[in-house]
Design a protein around this ligand. Structure first.
Ligand code: ZN
Length: 444
């Protein structure tokens, strides 16, 4: 009892002293009383205090798990070994109902008392690094170097810590908490893990992705992207003897020039690039084939679709121009293949799940630094209208997506404290706090 009172004093002090800078405070709407009250009930519940204290003392254990996970390679489409290890850790953390789904996601279901909402807390298993990349972790001056150690080794370790400490403290939730190690978050993985998860589970009511290092940022806007591989094909021929035939490379060049002149809206931010070109066989041959890779991104789904239409029009105009220029029976044709589809969208900055995340930041003494846009696993649920955010996992780091990626375990337990409180406020605790998350009718 004394301990509880003592801990609650510490927690109260943390709440009172939570630094929120003037800018953030004035630009963010005030938290609703319902959110403040729910978070207060959660933070004062004895088993929760026990869990938070245990997490605070688990810095070394968390780092060990992070290193272990990072050292199991998980290239795109080859996450299996890491998934199998993660599954054993999730089971050891007290979730008996855990398995790997058909797509390769690790899924653990921590059941609530029933009739509550279903919340997913997730981190991604895959890295951007190809097979054969050296993923051994090396420490130097307090920094731990390895590809993928922060993105998303930090998220996976944080998710595991949350799961372990909910179990050890015996916190009984009202809603179900689904713990997910996802596949296919990066690049051409194209959110395949999320697409499968939300196809197979129509009853998910809320979603939190833990992605990357640092703390204080809430991603509520999903930057969508459409990617295309565009191949121009023509007759080809000798540069001198067959002169007069249309060229696949010339058509491609016209297309690149036209695309380069397009002007996307600045707000919502919409961007494009022709990232790769290839084609032709010889300097003295009219090219029979050429291919470009195009990436278009936007924070708005409708702007994304609109801009992609302009890109497509530019490509077809370019082909027509090249064919008109030579006016022969042999024509250039074009094949457009979509190689990436990450949907865009956003949830309001004052949505309940965002407010709850701000309240959780406050409860662990962290300032909400930004409510912002990114491309993460949350893109998929956001596009389906499911309340979803992406948070980072504490610690410090840099150079993600590079071989020089590093992580420093400074305040590396903050992310786990934060997401534990947030998940409990959203899912509710039996006889303590009603779920903030609304149970939604199952999606069709
Ligand atoms: Zn990531």
């Amino acid at each position: 009892m004394f301990l509880n009172i003592f801990l609650s004093i510490i927690l109260y002090a943390a709440i009172a002293l939570a630094p929120l800078d003037a800018l953030a405070q004035s630009s963010l709407p005030p938290l609703s009383p319902a959110v403040e009250q729910a978070m207060e009930r959660v933070t004062r519940h004895a088993p929760v205090m026990k869990a938070i204290e245990a997490i605070k003392g688990s810095s070394v254990r968390m780092l060990e798990a992070q290193v272990r996970i990072t050292e199991i390679p998980a290239p795109p489409f080859k996450e299996k070994a890491r998934a199998e290890y993660y599954l054993t850790r999730i089971k050891a953390a007290g979730i008996a109902d855990a398995y790997i789904d058909a797509e390769g996601n690790v899924i653990g279901i921590r059941r609530g008392k029933g009739k509550g909402p279903k919340l997913v807390v997730s981190a991604h298993l895959d890295t951007v690094f190809p097979e054969g990349t050296d993923v051994k972790v090396r420490e130097k001056d307090g920094r731990y170097y390895a590809p993928g150690i922060g993105d998303d080794g930090a998220g996976l370790a944080t998710l595991l810590a949350m799961t372990e400490h909910l179990h050890h403290a015996g916190v009984r939730t009202i809603g179900d908490i689904m713990v997910v190690g996802s596949v296919g978050e990066e690049g051409l993985g194209d959110l395949r893990g999320m697409k499968a998860l939300f196809r197979d589970h129509k009853d998910i009511d809320g979603f939190i992705s833990l992605d990357g290092v640092g703390i204080g940022r809430i991603v509520n806007t999903a930057t969508g992207s459409h990617r295309f591989s565009v191949t121009f094909t023509g007759p080809g021929g000798h540069s001198f003897a067959a002169f007069g035939l249309p060229s696949a490379i010339h058509a491609m060049g016209r297309a690149v020039a036209k695309i380069g002149d397009l002007v996307p809206p600045a707000n919502p931010k919409t961007t494009f690039t022709v990232g790769t070109v290839s084609g032709g066989t010889s300097v003295n041959a009219i090219a029979g084939s050429a291919t470009i890779g195009i990436d278009v991104r936007s924070n708005s789904h409708s702007e994304l679709v609109k801009f992609v239409e302009q890109v497509m029009a530019a490509i077809h105009e370019a082909v027509a121009d090249e064919n008109k220029r030579w006016n022969t029976r042999s024509k250039i044709t074009v094949a457009i293949k979509q190689v990436g589809d990450r949907p865009a969208g956003s949830i309001p900055a004052n949505a309940l799940i965002v407010q709850a995340a701000r309240a959780a930041h406050k409860a662990v003494g962290v300032e909400t630094r930004a409510i912002s846009a990114s491309s993460t696993d949350s893109n998929l649920p956001i596009s389906l209208g499911v309340p979803a955010i992406t948070l980072s996992s504490g610690g410090q780091g840099g150079r993600s997506h590079s071989l020089q990626e590093w992580y420093a375990p400074v305040n590396n337990t903050l992310g786990a404290q934060n997401v534990l409180l947030l998940a409990l406020a959203l899912a509710g605790i039996e006889q303590v706090s009603e779920p903030l998350l609304e149970k939604r009718p199952p999606r069709p």
